[in-house]
Design a protein around this ligand. Structure first.
Ligand SMILES: [Ca+2]
Length: 195
């Protein structure tokens, strides 16, 4: 078989795979450390969903889980609102998803790019992912360590604001702790991109 034909077959395979892949992202909220609970959950323009995490019956009530649909290959703004019921610190986790095509033995990452994260009712530091410390890592965010790891991206195609964005998936997110106030609604918005 010629290299040309093989390339075409590989390309066709990749296209088939991408057609099956979901184009969703997840932004999760963790509040276990402070025993946070929430009310008044909603998503931006009613798109996607936000739930109190259900699989961990004991600690899950302190977490929020979202499933936010995107249009592939274009930047889309996603977001959600919730009301924390106590003063405290929560963790916001920028995540992607995975999928398992028929016949695949393992979960395939669905990579997501994020930029321009903003909050009302709470303060997010460097939502544009532009600030690095002396070790050239993000100053205000923690990069998740699942393989493949979360990355800082400088390719303009995947950057919405400034010169950098982040690339994440289900097992490797990027997170930040933020302070919230009891009964002060918090809205999180972010621009996201999947292929
Ligand atoms: Ca940016």
């Amino acid at each position: 078989m010629t290299k040309y034909i093989m390339s075409l077959l590989i390309l066709a395979g990749a296209l088939t795979l991408s057609a099956q892949a979901p184009s969703n992202v997840r932004i999760d909220i963790g509040g276990v450390d402070d025993g946070m609970t929430y009310s008044n959950l909603s998503t931006l323009d009613g798109k996607g969903k936000i739930d109190i995490h259900g699989w961990d019956k004991e600690k899950g009530i302190h977490n929020l889980y979202t499933d936010l649909p995107l249009t592939p290959n274009t930047w889309t703004q996603v977001g959600f609102t919730f009301t924390p019921l106590a003063d405290g610190e929560i963790t916001i986790r920028m995540l992607g998803v995975w999928h398992k095509p028929e016949g695949s033995e393992k979960n395939i990452p669905v990579f997501a790019y994020y930029d321009a994260v903003e909050a009302t009712g709470a303060k997010i530091m460097d939502g544009d992912f532009e600030k690095l410390d002396e070790n050239e890592v993000l100053k205000y965010w923690i990069m998740g360590g699942g393989e493949p790891k979360a990355e800082i991206i400088i390719n303009a195609k995947y950057v919405k604001t400034g010169k950098q964005s982040i690339k994440v998936w289900h097992d490797a997110g990027v997170s930040q702790k933020i302070e919230v106030k009891a009964n002060q609604p918090v809205t999180i918005k972010a621009w996201a991109y999947v292929e």
